[in-house]
Ligand binder design. Structure first.
Ligand code: FES
Length: 157
């Protein structure tokens, strides 16, 4: 069954596709728009994108499974992505990830029972100067310690 795209998203997708010399080249922006529409990329949405761009579904699957910003599973309202790369690790990321695991009672890749938080570990967020750091949805938070994490999570409704 094909997912229902809103008229607004259909219009945006059409506009994005028109910017590229080949439809296939618009795959990533089209996937981002599709994810914005549904909150994640269910299999039906992947198939719809493949059909739209006239490419094999496996090409879409490859992109969705390669890029960590694309999600084939529903996420919580707040997606906490903690950097576990070198600089952040040296400055204590593992301890902060453990702290979040215990605080939220979930493992990386899981979502809390109330669907409020999803916890992930990710590669370098490109904000090493503020290590250790994390991203929650589209916002960055750096120079983290347990106290700062508590205050950030408390500020989220
Ligand atoms: S290593 Fe963590 S932001 Fe670069």
């Amino acid at each position: 069954m094909s997912p229902e795209f809103s008229e607004q998203t259909k219009k945006k997708i059409k506009e994005v596709i028109s910017r590229y010399p080949r439809m296939e080249a618009s795959l990533l922006p089209v996937l981002h728009l599709t994810q914005q529409e549904f909150g994640y990329l269910p299999e039906e949405a992947e198939r719809a994108v493949a059909k739209m761009l006239r490419i094999k579904p496996v090409r879409v699957r490859e992109a969705v499974t390669f890029y960590t910003m694309l999600h084939s599973q529903k996420k919580g309202k707040y997606h906490i992505q903690v950097c576990s790369n070198l600089t952040c690790s040296i400055l204590g990321a593992e301890k902060l990830i453990d702290y979040l695991r215990n605080k939220l009672k979930i493992e990386p890749g899981e979502t809390t029972a109330d669907s409020k938080f999803t916890l992930s570990t990710v590669e370098c967020l490109g904000a090493c100067e503020a290590a250790p750091c994390m991203q929650i949805n589209f916002d960055y938070y750096g120079n983290l310690d347990k106290k700062r994490i508590d205050s950030i999570l408390e500020s989220l409704d």
